[in-house]
Design a protein around this ligand. Structure first.
Ligand code: FES
Length: 120
C-alpha cells in the first residue's frame, strides 16, 4: 500500500468534504465528528460526485437521489444493495495521508492470501 499526503487538510476536528485525486483516483475525503474518512467519490447509483453531498448520521448522502453510504464501511443504506470503496486514512505529524493499493499491490495481496490458505 502506498500512502499519499493530502495537502491543505489539517486534522483539526472541523467538518469538511473535499475531493482529492491521489494516484489518479477520485476520492471523497470527509471530516465528520472529529474523524476523517476516505471513500470513492463516484456514486454507484448514477455517477454523481459524492463530494458535492453532505453527511448525516454517519453517512455520506449523494445530492442527486439521496442514496447514502456509511462513512466507515462504504456500505449503502438498506435497500440500495450497493457500496462505495473506502480507503484507510492515517494522521502523522499533523498531516493527513490516504492509503491506496496499486494494481500490483492488489495482485501481491491476492498471492499472499493464497499462501496463507496453503499454510492452513
Ligand atoms: S447519483 Fe447518487 S443517488 Fe443517484
Amino acid at each position: 500500500m502506498k500512502w499519499y499526503r493530502v495537502p491543505d487538510v489539517e486534522p483539526n476536528g472541523q467538518p469538511f468534504i473535499k475531493k482529492i485525486k491521489p494516484d489518479g483516483k477520485n476520492i471523497c475525503l470527509v471530516g465528520y465528528e472529529g474523524e476523517i474518512f476516505a471513500l470513492s467519490a463516484r456514486c454507484p447509483h448514477a455517477g454523481e460526485d459524492l463530494s458535492r453531498g453532505w453527511c448525516k448520521e454517519g453517512k455520506l448522502v449523494c445530492p442527486i437521489h439521496r442514496f447514502s453510504y456509511d462513512l466507515e464501511t462504504g456500505r449503502g443504506s438498506t435497500g440500495q444493495n450497493d457500496y462505495v470503496n473506502t480507503f484507510p486514512v492515517k494522521i502523522k505529524n499533523n498531516e493527513v495521508y490516504v492509503g491506496i493499493n496499486s494494481f500490483w499491490g492488489k495482485i501481491k495481496s491476492l498471492f499472499k492470501r493464497e499462501e496463507m490458505d496453503y499454510d492452513d
